[in-house]
Design a binder for this molecule. Sequence first.
Ligand code: ADP
Length: 613
Amino acid sequence: MKLKRRWPARRVWAYIGVLAASLVVALGIGWRLFSDRIDNDAYDFFFKRNPPQSWTPESLVLAIDENTLRRMGGQRNYRTQLAEALERISAARPKVVAIDMILADASTEPEDARLERALRATPSLVIATELIDDKWEDPIPRFRPPDAVLAQVLPYKPDGVSRLIPLEQRIPRDRRWALALEAYRVYRGAPPPLESPDDVEVAGIRIPAPNKHGQDRPMLVRFLANGIPRIAIADLVSRPSLAAEVTGKAVFIGVTALSAARDRLVDPYGRDIPGVEIHAQAFETIRHGQFLVRADFALVMPICVLLVIAAGLSFGLLSGWPAYIAAALVLVAAHSIPLIFFHRGVVFSYTAAMSTAGLSLAGAAAFLYFSTRRELRKSESDKVRYQQAIHFVTHEMRTPLTAIQGSSELMGRYNLTDEKRKQMALMINSESKRLARMIQTFLDVERLSEGEMDMKRTPFAARDVLESCVERVRPLADRKQIRVFLDQPGDSSILGDRELLEYAFYNLLTNAVKYSPPATEVHIESSRDGDQLRLAVRDQGIGMDARELKNIFKKFYRTKKAEASGEVGTGIGLSIVEQIVVNHGGRMEVASAPGKGSVFTVILPVGVTASAH
Ligand code: ADP
């Protein structure tokens, strides 16, 4: 497998930054904005794909179904149907009877009297009440035997799918527990629930259902795949022996007829489910004591961080198809994590996992794409600059060569006076020396930048070098009427390679002259600062902005202003200057602003053996 070259630290940090941003976006925006819809869909999908473990229900629904309505007088006769059911099962002794019907108003006699009798004859009774306009719709007193418990029956129905029930509902000073919870408590003959901010404990079972942050203790219902057994009241009437089925059970009585149901809900499996069965299912969830809980941030966060790290490593360490395979594996992991947790009863946000993996992979891929593109562009422009430099050097060499060629031709072809001939020979000699020097400098510079050159270490006076540079640059400066001043030359000496340092200063001086308008001044200042010698070249030229300043020491870099000035240059001079100064244990400082001139300062350690103070 192909591993990548090591990255420079800056690139690594930028990459980590991009990944961290992906994580923040994924957790922050992704989780909040889209999560509910997608997470709910994923939740239902898990139910269908991996129904949670099933058990034999201890509950049963006595149903007012279509058949019961048809045979027993329709919706107007609910009370009679309920009374009939209670009468028929009382001998079979169910452990608890939970009625999911609102008995908040009076109807007609003798119907109500019969229901009242039936209710009073039923021990262990839990009756539904609903919160309407901030008031509990409690059963009227005659339908409320002294031992009966009242419980609320609010179902959540955000998208028509029932997943959660609130275990409590409250108006100031009047809180009701859920029908399923009270039914379980009565079923177990237990005292009222014990509460903490995180859970509710009833008959030794601790239900994770917080009421922090204004929550109403939502509990995820672990719907049984086979549903809750149902007996239609009409069947109970025609076959009284069915009543034996309720012995020792929790009986939930309610309307299941779709035509009469007030709201239609489906369970996560996608089946129509009447409210009364939701309560029976919730009862089963509590009774069995295996709860589905939502993964909290302390679990989601580290797992998402791991996903981001995996995504980052996929693209950071690998390239080509192995990177894509690794990325695909990260996505598969992100997809599987919620499923694996679901198996263990933990509901892990599918959106959090998928958006973290997706965004961090996308972020990593985009980062690589753009940084590779930038590198490519940079290496291309390096190449172009290098070609320009070669072009420049060959161009420079042509001038002395032409002179040599011309003179030698003249000498060969014409009869020249001795004096003329001598003059030409001298010129040939000096031009070829110039050529040799140029080649030497170019080679030196190349070797120096490769770090191969031996540096001499001899003591010499800084002042000598500066003076000789000023002399050399003078003709150039005169042409532009630029005056060059050597201010406070001082008498420090330097231990190092005189030729190289002279090359460096000469370069700084020619730049100062090149990049200044005519009739300005260039000053050279030298000063001592402890063990350091500061040699500054100050001009009143075109200057540079902060971005340009960052680049001028790079090989072949030239600012736009420099290009536009018409001054020839290669953009390698400063890179060599810096190299020379660094090789002498020193450093460069540059201060400049566009149009305000520049100061290039060479800071060198003062020669140990040659300090002239
Ligand atoms: P060049 O051959 O282009 O002069 P250098 O490496 O010496 O190459 O300088 C690199 C670039 O830095 C120049 O092209 C110019 O843009 C900028 N520069 C150097 N010295 C000065 C200066 N004194 N004032 C303004 N710009 C400068």
